[in-house]
Design a protein around this ligand. Sequence first.
Ligand SMILES: [Zn+2]
Ligand SMILES: [Zn+2]
Ligand SMILES: [Zn+2]
Ligand SMILES: [Zn+2]
Length: 193
Amino acid sequence: MAAVVKEPQKETSATCISCGDAFTLDDEVFLATIRFLVVGASVLEQHLVVDDHGDFMYEPLFFHIECWEAVVDELREAYEDIPPLEHGEAVRTCTFCKSGVLQWEYFARANIGEFHRSQKSPDGNLHHRFISFDKNEGSLMCLSCMAYVRSEVLEIWGEVTQDGECDDCAHDRCWRDGDCDCDCHEEGQESDE
Ligand SMILES: [Zn+2]
Ligand SMILES: [Zn+2]
Ligand SMILES: [Zn+2]
Ligand SMILES: [Zn+2]
């Protein structure tokens, strides 16, 4: 074997959803995944939102630290003077608006970490996987905050809803009451026409 020392490739194939740049192995990044909690027999079970085949319903999103901070800074600012919507059955609190999150309600969980080179790459390509080094659960963003982000800050999470509701309904958490008369719940009937 020739002793050729090659500078290992540092750029990964993953890109930041905000600025579009590829990450390198040295970058600290945030990974945001859509999840929900269910009150189990003795523990609170946390699940990723997946389809019938076990695939992600909503693509996990990666951000540079500073790109993520730019998004959540706007969010914090927007909710600074708005009192949180508390709820007796909340199982978590949104990190940003401080409102309650109930079981079954979707939220984005953001964890800090970095990319590591995978040991094996059978197809000869360089692979990387994200390893979180968060010691705790990370930060948690409710559906209302995600609706604010997509309408005011960055066009992400366009399809992330509890039940197909519009952004106004997301802010009202209308799925909790079940008798909302907003037009967004009538789409099924209109599409028959
Ligand atoms: Zn970025
Ligand atoms: Zn929130
Ligand atoms: Zn609506
Ligand atoms: Zn509604």
